[in-house]
Design a protein around this ligand. Sequence first.
Ligand SMILES: [Mg+2]
Length: 249
Amino acid sequence: MPQIDESQIRVILLDIEGTTTPIDFVYQTLFPYSSRRLESFLREHAHDPEIQSLIQELRGQHVTDERNGLEPPAWQDHPEDAQLPSSVTYGQWLIARDSKCMPLKTLQGKIWQQGFASGELHGEVYPDVPIAFQRWRRQKRMICIYSSGSTLAQQNLFRTTASGDLTPYITAFFDTRMGAKSEVESYKKIAASLSYEPKQFLFISDAPKEVEAARSAGMQAILCERDPESSSSRCQSDAIHSFEGLIPD
Ligand SMILES: [Mg+2]
């Protein structure tokens, strides 16, 4: 178990992908679902002003991608009904390359919400997660989420797990509106938004870069390696493999 000062910790800040939830759930279930449903979703909501402005944001992102030489699929503005197929093709291209751009994440969140609401999608968490949530709340510690999936998608995921609705355990959900997860500043912002000192946080993620950024912001942070076989960490004792026994009663 890595060294942490438990007595200081008031807030446990958790990554989702690879930390509370198998990465496969995101790549094998959520991403293909949003890719498959993108066209029908955009058609159904073609007259919704919010969706129209998201498509315009996608258009802007497309310009940026072209300028950066990423060679996205061509976007046709004319005739007007070419816009929708263009946004579908480009959106699917973004999904395939795991883009974290805001309009895409917002659209995906909305598509997933329909899937969660209809019961087609269920959130997945590792079995030690609900048990740890109960334990940490019993200890009067706050549990918060910081993930690049939109806060809407995060809430849906935790609301529909096989262990039931886990959202009552969670105080706050943060997404990339706080900044990128590899940026030190993002962690400072999150701490400030909850009026706690960074050192009162324990951040847990499977991404060494994120762990480093949180540490540089002054948080306590540990690496979570759900699959010890494919371990990338130089030092095994730096990582946990589940939440079991982490801050015990
Ligand atoms: Mg992760």
